[in-house]
Ligand binder design. Structure first.
Ligand code: K1U
Ligand code: ZN
Length: 178
């Protein structure tokens, strides 16, 4: 096993966060290394999910672990080529955040539960019904694979305000790194 590396997370606005990702066609050692790096990056952030485009890789893979209690056993998940098969009529509102839009939170309404199919790192096809925070998180991450951010659900004025704050943050970070 190679060492896990923390990768840098892209900050909105970035064209890679608006693009549709490509299906994974080969589950090889590079993909295993990417999954390890993404989990390391997510836990370090800290976050409960991370999608490949957030680290600049335009492939349909995401990781998540919605166990927030630091004392509880972690439940890392790696989903390759995830596909939503069905959604509940019941909705749920959650105050969402995004590691690509630091320190900004807003309420987003989504289906309360979803049935998702994906491939695991062993290539096997899996299916599971997600609810609660897991349902919110898996939908947020699949959105990333389709170039959609949680701010795209907000009113244009609120979205513009957040985007301007992020542009300012990126200018400041660029100045600091000189
Ligand atoms: O995709 C991402 O940017 C990660 C994002 C996932 C997410 C959060 C909330 C609702 C839906 C999806 C995050 O992890 S933001 C950080 C966060 O929510 C968190 C951080 C530490 C402890 C608990 C939660
Ligand atoms: Zn996000």
């Amino acid at each position: 096993m190679t060492a896990m590396t923390k990768r840098s997370i892209l900050i909105h606005p970035d064209p890679r966060l608006k693009a549709t990702c490509n299906p994974v066609t080969s589950i090889d050692k590079d993909l295993h290394a990417l999954a390890d790096d993404m989990l390391e990056t997510m836990y370090d952030a800290p976050g409960i999910g991370l999608a490949a485009p957030q680290v600049g890789v335009m492939s349909r893979m995401l990781v998540m672990d919605c166990i927030k209690d630091e004392m509880a056993t972690p439940e890392p998940m790696v989903l390759i080529n995830p596909r939503v098969l069905s959604v509940s009529e019941e909705k749920n509102v959650y105050d969402e955040g995004c590691l690509s839009i630091p320190d900004q939170y807003a309420e987003v309404e989504r289906p309360a539960s979803v049935k998702v199919e994906w491939q695991g790192l062993d290539g096997k096809t899996m299916q599971e019904d997600f609810d609660g925070l897991w349902a919110t998180c898996v939908q947020h991450e699949i959105d990333h694979l389709n170039g959609k951010l949680f701010i795209d659900y907000l009113k244009p004025l609120k979205r513009q305000m957040i985007t301007r704050k992020m542009q300012k943050l990126k200018r400041e970070l660029a100045r600091e790194s000189k």
